[in-house]
Design a protein around this ligand. Structure first.
Ligand code: MG
Ligand code: MG
Ligand code: MG
Length: 306
């Protein structure tokens, strides 16, 4: 059947790329024939990490053949996975998200922990296997943790993520705050992206009960700067809603310095955001103080009201 393919979710973020690379190293050490691949373009934050380490991005794939053996990292929902995932053979999942509509024909390894980052679980796997690793692996793990926890400020960040990151910073011999801020800021340089690219950069399609939604997030150092593009963003969002037949599209523009978000919300169920946060959308937008985590502060909250 050839190599087992390892990948994170579509519209890959730093954790999805780093955890796939880490899983590839881990499985190769155990003697498996595996290849890390990706399901979308590399964002600038991830590019910063790859350039820093001087390593290549994994190969891009869009679809898998029937019965292809695959390992999923950083996701489990089929709506976020590779095309034809329904007919692939999932041998293993390592993830830190809710488990939703997940179904396989055969037994598999499944590891889920409610931690801030898949790479934290990868760290634990290396330790449990007594597998040695060096600076490069430490930087892959650390970068993913910084990304997913917004430099430990997100409510998704656990004590375990923090203490693992401290150990990794020692191994990598790096100033985490300086490196982390440089890395996050590299990801906020979005001026050369079209509105359509911007809303797809970190978008996830999810079912909120029966409500078909896309929740997209972009990191910024200035919400007003990003809001200058509101009109074209709304145009792109409307197109996506029509194309994907969505009930709601939420774009969270997240200020990584102040830890707040401005939401642009469109769709016939835009009321979900109003109910969930007790806000009134004005001109399709509302400020959401303290909201930075899609996983903990957006998806579950909207689901409750859906
Ligand atoms: Mg992710
Ligand atoms: Mg993650
Ligand atoms: Mg994320």
């Amino acid at each position: 059947m050839g190599k087992i393919l390892i990948f994170g979710h579509k519209n890959p973020d730093t954790d999805s790329i780093m955890s796939a690379l880490l899983m590839e190293k881990f499985d190769k050490n155990l003697g498996f024939d595996v290849e890390a691949v990706r399901l979308g373009s590399i964002n600038k934050e991830t590019k910063f990490v790859l350039d820093y380490l001087g390593i290549e991005a994994p190969r891009l794939i869009e679809r898998v053949e029937n019965d292809q053996e695959v390992v999923l990292v950083d996701h489990n929902e089929f709506t976020q996975s590779v095309d034809n995932i329904e007919n692939a053979k999932i041998t293993c999942v390592v993830d830190h998200h809710r488990i939703c509509d997940f179904k396989t024909a055969e037994p598999l390894y499944y590891r889920a922990e409610p931690l801030g980052c898949t790479a934290t679980i990868m760290y634990k796997k290396f330790i449990e296997e007594n597998m040695e690793f060096g600076k490069e692996e430490a930087m892959l793990m650390l970068s993913a943790i910084i990304s997913d926890t917004l430099l430990f400020k997100s409510p998704t960040c656990t004590k375990e993520d923090k203490s693992v990151a401290e150990k990794l910073a020692k191994i990598a011999d790096i100033d985490v705050d300086k490196y982390g801020l440089d890395m996050l800021k590299a990801g906020t340089d979005l001026s050369d992206l079209t509105a359509d690219e911007l809303i797809k950069l970190d978008a996830k399609e999810v079912m909120l009960n029966d409500v078909k939604a896309q929740i997209a997030q972009v990191n910024t150092a200035s919400i007003p700067e990003m809001m200058k593009r509101k009109e074209e963003l709304e145009e792109a969002i409307k197109n996506t809603i029509a194309e994907r037949e969505l009930d709601i599209f939420v774009l969270a523009i997240t200020d990584i310095i102040e830890s707040n978000s401005q939401a642009i919300v469109l769709g016939n169920r835009a009321d979900l955001v109003e109910k969930s946060y007790d806000v009134k959308l004005e001109d399709n937008t509302a400020f959401l103080p303290g909201i930075v985590s899609r996983k903990k502060q957006i998806i579950p909250v909207l689901t409750k009201n859906a």
